[in-house]
Design a protein around this ligand. Structure first.
Ligand SMILES: CC(C)(COP(=O)(O)OP(=O)(O)OC[C@H]1O[C@@H](n2cnc3c(N)ncnc32)[C@H](O)[C@@H]1OP(=O)(O)O)[C@@H](O)C(=O)NCCC(=O)NCCS
Length: 378
């Protein structure tokens, strides 16, 4: 028996019990397993944060070393997946490629048929490593470059940059990406994670759940926003426009400016604080300050005019661009991190599962409506 009608977009609805991520949207607090994101961004690494998300507590030094080694040892892709990546049309976007390749991974995973906790953890290790590999390898293939083989001595962030660029990344680039990966790793029941939990709850499998999550992440209102921000900045540049006038015209035309607003945060998105800082620092270090400067001007204007704050995607755009990363890799990089959260949620869901099956408030034609034979229809 349905009891309550949710508001549009399920706003404010609590749809699951979860011990992974806690957000206070009014106070601008984000925490993983109770630990504030500011502390994690300052002191942790992607590997340690992933351990925290999956195990519910920080690891000992030995546990972290073991976890890191296991993640590095999982940097293996079947040759058939590489062939698949080579087979895609040149028009394929990295997000489409990632979605399709992750779906195909299940066919080469020895634990495919096993949906129990330990198998899901093993698959999570593999998926976490493979998502990064697929993004980096596809980018090199589409550019006609040879594949840079994974380096088990490198961290998740460093290995990604190595496999992407085929050269040793700078310490600054590794640190920046590592912090970005920590910031993006989980965010409670965001659209892609909710999609993953819904799929997992049917007792489907983690590859299906992550494939669905990638599809959800791709959208402009979710992970696709970081690419949209950069495309807007490029458009401003191309048009020789003033950034503030450009967004003022967008708002006047009732268009949304990507990278602003949030369903949950009513104050600054705590992740944006770090991305703004990193974007500014990279601008100083690189001598290329245009993207940061324009972003800041736009942010101040939208804060003032619309009382909207920058979200995680806004300064990701200038940060990644200053690191020399192509714009259509921004959302895939979100997935390179969020796979940690998706896996944590799928494991949590399946550890205490019940089918997720809400009801709809019916607003169609009245029941009973007559079935009119075809010859009598007007
Ligand atoms: C994130 C987002 C989808 C949340 O959506 P939501 O909770 O459904 O909020 P709404 O879209 O209903 O927005 C509420 C109001 O703020 C306005 N608003 C929200 N985000 C806006 C934006 N980025 N630019 C301009 N106006 C915005 C809406 O137009 C609406 O105004 P109205 O009440 O006058 O119609 C929305 O803020 C958005 O589309 N942002 C841009 C995309 C983005 O950055 N996504 C990444 C999120 S991390």
């Amino acid at each position: 028996m349905a009891t309550a009608v949710a508001g549009k977009g399920l706003e404010g609805i609590v749809a699951a019990n979860s011990g992974i991520c806690w957000i206070d949207g009014e106070a601008g607090i984000l925490s993983y397993r109770g630990i504030d994101i500011h502390e994690l961004a300052t002191f942790s690494t992607f590997e340690e944060t992933t351990y925290l998300l999956w195990n519910g507590r920080l690891p000992s030094a030995a546990e972290l070393a073991d976890f890191t080694a296991q993640l590095a040892a999982s940097r293996v892709l079947d040759d058939s997946i590489i062939s698949l990546l080579k087979s895609f049309p040149s028009t394929a976007t990295p997000m489409e490629v990632l979605r399709t390749a992750v779906s195909a991974l299940s066919m080469y995973d020895t634990d495919e048929q096993d949906n129990l906790h330990d198998a899901n953890v093993r698959k999570s290790f593999r998926l976490t490593s493979q998502v990064g590999m697929i993004v980096a390898i596809y980018d090199r293939l589409r550019k006609g470059l040879t594949i840079a083989e994974p380096d088990p001595s490198l961290s998740h962030a460093a290995n990604f940059l190595w496999m992407l660029n085929g050269e040793k990344p700078s310490e600054t680039a590794v640190k920046t990406l590592d912090v970005a990966l920590i910031l993006h790793a989980d965010h409670e029941l965001n659209a892609s994670t909710f999609a993953a939990r819904v799929i997992a709850a049917t007792l489907s499998d983690i590859h299906s759940a992550v494939t669905g999550a990638i599809g959800a992440l791709k959208g402009l209102l979710h992970g696709g926003a970081n690419e949209a921000v950069m495309r807007m900045l490029f458009e401003i540049d191309k048009a020789g426009a003033d950034p503030v006038e450009y967004v003022a015209a967008m708002l006047a035309a009732k268009k949304k400016v990507s990278g602003f607003g949030h369903r949950v945060y009513k104050t600054e998105d705590p992740r944006a604080t770090h991305l703004r800082r990193m974007s500014e620092q990279l601008a100083k270090d690189s001598g290329v300050s245009k993207w940061y400067d324009w972003s800041r001007k736009i942010e101040l204007y939208i804060n003032r005019e619309k009382k909207l704050n920058a979200n995680v995607d806004f300064y990701s755009a200038s940060t990644y661009t200053t690191l020399g990363i192509d714009v259509d890799l921004f959302t895939p990089i979100f997935a390179v991190s969020r796979i940690a959260g998706w896996a944590a949620h799928v494991i949590e869901q399946l550890d205490d599962n019940r089918l997720i099956r809400p009801r709809a408030e019916y607003i169609g034609p009245a029941y009973p409506s007559a079935y009119v034979p075809a010859e009598n229809r007007r």
